[in-house]
Design a protein around this ligand. Structure first.
Ligand SMILES: Nc1nc2c(ncn2[C@@H]2O[C@H](COP(=O)(O)OP(=O)(O)OP(=O)(O)O)[C@@H](O)[C@H]2O)c(=O)[nH]1
Ligand SMILES: [Mg+2]
Length: 460
C-alpha cells in the first residue's frame, strides 16, 4: 500500500478489533488467537485429491525425501532435526532402505519436523483422500489438488472450496496437478509430453480455469527417485543403458519381465526389483534412454529428471502462486477465519467488522491483482493483441519480482529498471483511458497501472 500500511498491518489490526469485540467469548477468542498465530507461520500448502492419486508421493518429491505414507493427515515443516509428534507425544522416525518411516499407527494427525531447504518457506500437509473439503481448505492457505483425469467429482470438490464470498473475492489458492503423469499415454516414452499437453489444454478449459491458477502434469514417482537417486542405482542404470536398446526393451514390457530369470546383464533380481519399485518401468526406460543421450552423470540425470517429471514446473507454480503471494494468502485465510466468527456469533460489533472485511477485500491491490489474473487466465477479461499476456505478466502471473513482471531477460541496473517501469507505466496509463477499450478493459488497465506504480515506489 502506498501510504505505508501493509495488508498484513491492516488484517492484524482487524483481528485485534475482533478480539476486543469478542473478549467475553472464550471460543471466539481462542479461534481468533489461533488465526493470529497462523498469520506469522509459513504458507500452509495442503496436497489433496482422490484416493491413490499420488498425494503422498508428490509430498515426498517436493521435500526431496522418500517418506512412507502414514495414512494420517501429516504436516511436514522445517526443523533443526528429524522428529515427529502425535499431539504432545514424540513418536519415532526411522530410516530403512533410504526411506523415512514415521511410526504412528492409528494416529489421525502427525506433525513431522524435517530439516529441508524445500520446507523453509512452506508447510506441506499430506491429506487422506477422505478428508472433507471444508477441513482441507480451512486449515491450509493454499492447495495442490491432484487428479489423474478431471472427473465431475473433482470439479464439484473444487467448486465447493470456492463457494464462499471471501474465497470468491480472493481466488488465489489452488493449483491443479495431473498426477502420475507417466501413466497417461500408457507409459510410452513420450507419456510425459502428452501429459504436459493435456495440462495445457485443461488450462484453457472453461470448467477448469475458474477453479485453479494453473495446471501442471507431474510424475511424482519419478520425481522422488530423481531427487533421491543413489550411487548404486545410478551404476545399475548405467549398466542397463550400455545394452543395445532393442535388447533392453523386451525386458521392460512389464515389471515381471524386468525381474525374470533370462536377464541379459548380471544384476540380481532384488536390485532389479528395487529399481522398478523406485522408478517404475517407465522410469527405468526413460532414465536409461537419457543416460544414452548423454545425461550420463548423476547430477546431469537428476537435473533432467526433475524437469521431465514436471517437478520443476510444480515448484515454480508453488513459488509464483503460493510462497511469493504469502501475504495475500495469509490475509485471505485470516479474513476467512474472521468471517466464520462473525457468522457463528453475530452481535452489534460484528457489522462493523464485516464491513471492514469487505473493504479490505475490495480495496487491497494484492487481491485486485489476483482477481484480474484469474479473469485474464479464465478468459473473462480479454485485452487486444499482446496486451493480454503483458497484463498477466505485469500483475504477477509469472512471478512477483519486478524484473519478471517487466519481462526483462537480463539483470537490469536500478536506472534501467526505473526506465522500464516508467515506460510501461506511461503506456498503461494511456490504455486506462483509451476510448477504444470498453469499461472492463479500462478497469483492468488501471489495475496494471497500480501494479506499475507499486514497482516504481521503492525506486523513487
Ligand atoms: N506410475 C506411477 N505410480 C505412482 C506415481 N505416484 C504414485 N504412484 C503409485 O500410486 C500409488 C499411490 O500413491 P500415493 O502417493 O500413496 O497416493 P495417495 O494419493 O497418497 O494415496 P492415498 O493417501 O491412499 O489416497 C502407490 O503405489 C505409488 O507408488 C507416479 O507418478 N507414477
Ligand atoms: Mg497418501
Amino acid at each position: 500500500m502506498l501510504d505505508g500500511t501493509t495488508l498484513e498491518d491492516e488484517v492484524w489490526a482487524l483481528l485485534e478489533d475482533a478480539l476486543a469485540v469478542y473478549r467475553d467469548s472464550p471460543r471466539a477468542v481462542a479461534w481468533l488467537r489461533g488465526h493470529q498465530a497462523r498469520f506469522a507461520e509459513p504458507v500452509r500448502v495442503a496436497v489433496a485429491g482422490s484416493r491413490r492419486s499420488g498425494k503422498s508421493t508428490v509430498v515426498s518429491a517436493l521435500i526431496g525425501e522418500e517418506f512412507a505414507p502414514t495414512g494420517a493427515t501429516t504436516w511436514y515443516q522445517d526443523g533443526p532435526q528429524a522428529k515427529a509428534h502425535v499431539g504432545p507425544y514424540e513418536v519415532p522416525v526411522t530410516r530403512r532402505d533410504g526411506k523415512a518411516f514415521v511410526d504412528a499407527p492409528d494416529a489421525e494427525r502427525v506433525v513431522v519436523e524435517w530439516p529441508s531447504r524445500s520446507l523453509r518457506d512452506l508447510i506441506l500437509i499430506d491429506t487422506p483422500a477422505e478428508a472433507p473439503v471444508e477441513q482441507v481448505y480451512g486449515e491450509a492457505d493454499a492447495v495442490l489438488y491432484l487428479t489423474r483425469h478431471m472427473h465431475t467429482t473433482d470439479v464439484r470438490y473444487l467448486q465447493t472450496a470456492h463457494d464462499h464470498p471471501v474465497a470468491r473475492a480472493a481466488p488465489v489458492n489452488t493449483v491443479l496437478v495431473l498426477a502420475r503423469a507417466d501413466e497417461i499415454g500408457g507409459g510410452r516414452i513420450d507419456a510425459l509430453s502428452s501429459a504436459k499437453q493435456i495440462a495445457r489444454r485443461y488450462r484453457r478449459e472453461a470448467t477448469v480455469t475458474p477453479l485453479c491458477q494453473n495446471v501442471v502434469a507431474v510424475a511424482g514417482l519419478l520425481a522422488v527417485a530423481a531427487r533421491t537417486v543413489r550411487a548404486d542405482e545410478f551404476t545399475a542404470l548405467s549398466r542397463l543403458a550400455a545394452l543395445a536398446r532393442t535388447d533392453l526393451d523386451k525386458h521392460l514390457l512389464s515389471a515381471d519381465r524386468f525381474v525374470a530369470d533370462d536377464f541379459p546383464v548380471r544384476l540380481d533380481p532384488a536390485a532389479r526389483r528395487g529399481l522398478v519399485d523406485r522408478f517404475g518401468v517407465f522410469g527405468v526406460r526413460l532414465t536409461t534412454t537419457l543416460i544414452r543421450q548423454g545425461f550420463d552423470t548423476q547430477v546431469k540425470l537428476t537435473g533432467q529428471l526433475v524437469q521431465r517429471s514436471g517437478l520443476g514446473e510444480l515448484r515454480d507454480s508453488v513459488g509464483i502462486y503460493f510462497t511469493e503471494r504469502r501475504d495475500a494468502l495469509k490475509a485471505r485465510s485470516a479474513l476467512l477465519g474472521l468471517d466464520v466468527v462473525l457468522r457463528a456469533e453475530p452481535r452489534p460489533g460484528s457489522i462493523g467488522l464485516a464491513t471492514a472485511v469487505e473493504r479490505i477485500l475490495a480495496s487491497t491491490h494484492d487481491f485486485r491483482e489476483l482477481r484480474l489474473l484469474a479473469a485474464l487466465q479464465g478468459g473473462r477479461t480479454r485485452l487486444p493483441g499482446d496486451l493480454d499476456a503483458e497484463a498477466s505478466r505485469l500483475v504477477g502471473g509469472l512471478g512477483t519480482n519486478p524484473v519478471v513482471r517487466l519481462g526483462m531477460d537480463y539483470e537490469p541496473t536500478e536506472g534501467e529498471l526505473r526506465h522500464a517501469v516508467l515506460d510501461t507505466l506511461g503506456r498503461w496509463r494511456d490504455h486506462a483511458v483509451d476510448p477504444a477499450l470498453d469499461h472492463a478493459q479500462r478497469r483492468a488497465a488501471s489495475v496494471v497501472v497500480r501494479s506499475c506504480e507499486g514497482m516504481l515506489a521503492p525506486l523513487s
